[in-house]
Design a protein around this ligand. Structure first.
Ligand code: AHR
Length: 336
């Protein structure tokens, strides 16, 4: 009996203790209060640019645009004091995948990459996710579920294609036959610039041939030579998915004995310095901008991701359109 009453007494004491703590706003003990960081203080784990380690799997060096993009990624890392591990995949998806795997093994804080093509990334991105490493897609997007990447930083390639289509309509109000130099097959910019252009193109303009020049000058020249051999002076317009292919094609057109920019109107994309020079020479009619200077935005997003911030699905880059009229005025200011 005495045992039972002391048990009841203990239970009542325990209940009283629990209800006191539940009603109080104070922490349970002074020890836990001293462990909590003040609201304005950063936690010990919070990263800064100076202790951020980034792995970046670049596509390669296929164009003037890519060279400027790589310079922006490397130079900004140096300016900010970020520890950058950089690799060049020489246009090969398997090399990019191997680079991403090595960054996972090294335990970097964030991985950035520009997927050379859109498909085939799920397995390696799942591995990064399993390792707790946020991935930022830069410049190009991969076709993967949203939970496999922190954000995508880059251009609206469909819109670039639409802009190019509208410019072609303005250059050829009476319509005619045109050819198209497509970028790397299966890449996001090639797919989107292809469809955006068609959305905007007037009904009186016919695309009589469309082939890949792989975003390179050599590729653009070679494919344009074949177009000229097959269609000769039937061609009144050329749409190139990047400036490098347009510059290669300009050479082919001149060698064929036609005047680029006059006999064949040319619209391309990127707005690199080489395109401004071609516009000044009257050989290129329009270039639609695609901004490669993504370094500063990339590291800012990388830091936010690694510190646990939810990022938007897409951070678009700002872009413009350029014409020959003010090309010489603008060229000295161009950074790429
Ligand atoms: O992904 C961007 C594209 O890739 C650029 O337009 C092209 O020049 C580059 O190689």
């Amino acid at each position: 009996m005495r045992k039972l009453s002391s048990l009841i007494a203990i239970m009542i004491a325990l209940l009283l203790l629990i209800s006191c703590n539940a009603g109080s706003d104070e922490p349970a003990s002074d020890d836990s209060a001293s462990d909590a960081p003040a609201a304005s203080e950063s936690t010990a784990e919070e990263k800064t640019m100076e202790n951020l380690v980034v792995g970046y799997a670049q596509i390669g060096a296929e164009s003037e645009w890519r060279t400027a993009n790589t310079a922006s990624i490397k130079e900004t890392a140096e300016q900010l004091g970020v520890d950058l591990k950089f690799s060049d995949a020489q246009q090969k998806q398997e090399n990019q995948i191997a680079a991403i795997r090595s960054y996972i093994a090294e335990g970097v804080d964030v991985i950035g990459f520009s997927p050379v093509v859109e498909t085939g990334w799920e397995t390696v991105l799942q591995e990064a996710k399993d390792a707790g490493i946020p991935v930022i897609m830069v410049d190009r997007r991969a076709d993967v579920p949203r939970e496999l990447y922190a954000t995508y930083l880059g251009s609206d390639f469909v819109e670039e294609g639409r802009k190019a289509g509208n410019e072609m309509n303005n250059l050829l109000p009476d319509g005619g036959k045109i050819v198209e130099l497509v970028g790397t097959v299966g890449s996001a910019p090639a797919n989107d610039r292809y469809s955006g252009f068609r959305e905007a193109l007037a009904d009186n303009i016919e695309i009589i041939d469309s082939q890949s020049g792989d975003f390179t000058r050599a590729g653009g020249k070679e494919v344009m030579e074949a177009f000229l051999k097959n269609y000769g002076d039937e061609i009144v317009g050329l749409y190139a998915h990047n400036d490098d292919m347009a510059i290669g094609a300009i050479q082919a057109i001149e060698e064929f004995g036609l005047q680029p920019g006059v006999d064949i109107k040319i619209v391309s994309i990127d707005a690199v310095r080489g395109a401004f020079e071609a516009m000044i020479d009257g050989k290129l009619n329009v270039t639609v901008e695609c901004n490669p200077l993504l370094g500063p935005q990339f590291y800012e997003l990388a830091l936010r991701a690694v510190n646990g911030e939810e990022l938007p699905e897409w951070v678009p880059s700002e872009e413009s359109i350029y014409y020959p009229d003010n090309a010489s005025e603008l060229l000295p200011e161009r950074q790429y």
